[in-house]
Design a protein around this ligand. Structure first.
Ligand SMILES: [Mg+2]
Length: 236
């Protein structure tokens, strides 16, 4: 746990998937479908974390680049151990399609609207996602919460995705806010790494796709289990 003194903070940057938008169940269902369809024997917790990372990576690239990078993308995933390259590709495409279908019915995390409304009266808010910025805008508009954010940065706005600090630094620069007056909130290990590299305060939300001990190891300033605990973290 831990808290952050909001009077020292001028800007808060939110990751989208896994912090504002609850895509966890969509990834879980996609993985379950994959395990069933391809009769895979895997540890579901490991598989979820790996597939979550993989989907974050894959959705950033146009198809030719996915194919070019596929060897590197797939080589470390124990989920695919022992399978041929073509089978791995077939499974990834299947998972990606299933995920995109399920994601259409994903919801905001409980209490997010109220939290953003309170915070936006005190500090500047931004979204930083490894997804396309238009994807973020679409979701924020759908739930009528784009009004709380004055900056939205996606992979198309930076040269390097998280774990690079580039996106965070770009937002701070735009705001003219110093790193010790800023917070980044994310759900994956790459978010903690990006926040640390940018030297901002880091809140990690263990919403279930990253393994909690992997997050603990990276020593974020604050670690919580659910986004609704952010109210307590900022004492609002
Ligand atoms: Mg995320």
């Amino acid at each position: 746990m831990g808290t952050i003194d909001l009077s020292t903070i001028k800007g808060i940057i939110f990751d989208l998937d896994g912090v504002i938008y609850d895509v966890g169940p969509s990834i879980r269902k996609a993985v379950q479908d994959g395990v069933e369809k391809y009769k895979m024997k895997v540890d579901l917790d490991n598989a979820l974390q790996e597939v979550a990372h993989l989907l974050e990576d894959v959705q950033n690239y146009p198809l030719p680049q996915i194919i070019l990078n596929s060897y590197t993308l797939l080589k470390d995933a124990s989920f695919f151990k022992g399978l041929s390259y073509f089978k791995k590709m077939r499974i990834v495409v299947f998972l990606f399609n299933q995920f995109n279908e399920y994601r259409k019915s994903a919801k905001l995390f409980e209490g997010i609207d109220g939290l953003l409304s309170s915070l936006s009266k005190k500090v500047k808010l931004a979204v930083l996602t490894n997804n396309k910025s238009t994807y973020a805008e679409e979701i924020l508009d759908k739930y009528n919460i784009s009004k709380y954010f004055d900056v939205i940065i996606g992979f198309n706005d930076v040269n390097e995705n998280k774990p690079s600090p580039e996106g965070i630094l770009k937002i701070l620069n735009k705001w003219n806010v110093k790193n010790n007056n800023a917070v980044f909130i994310g759900d994956m290990t790459s978010d903690i790494l990006a926040g640390k590299a940018a030297n901002v305060k880091v809140v990690s939300v263990a919403t279930g796709l990253a393994k909690k001990n992997a997050l603990v190891e990276l020593n974020p300033d604050v670690l919580i289990d659910e986004p609704k605990e952010l109210k307590t973290v900022f004492n609002i």
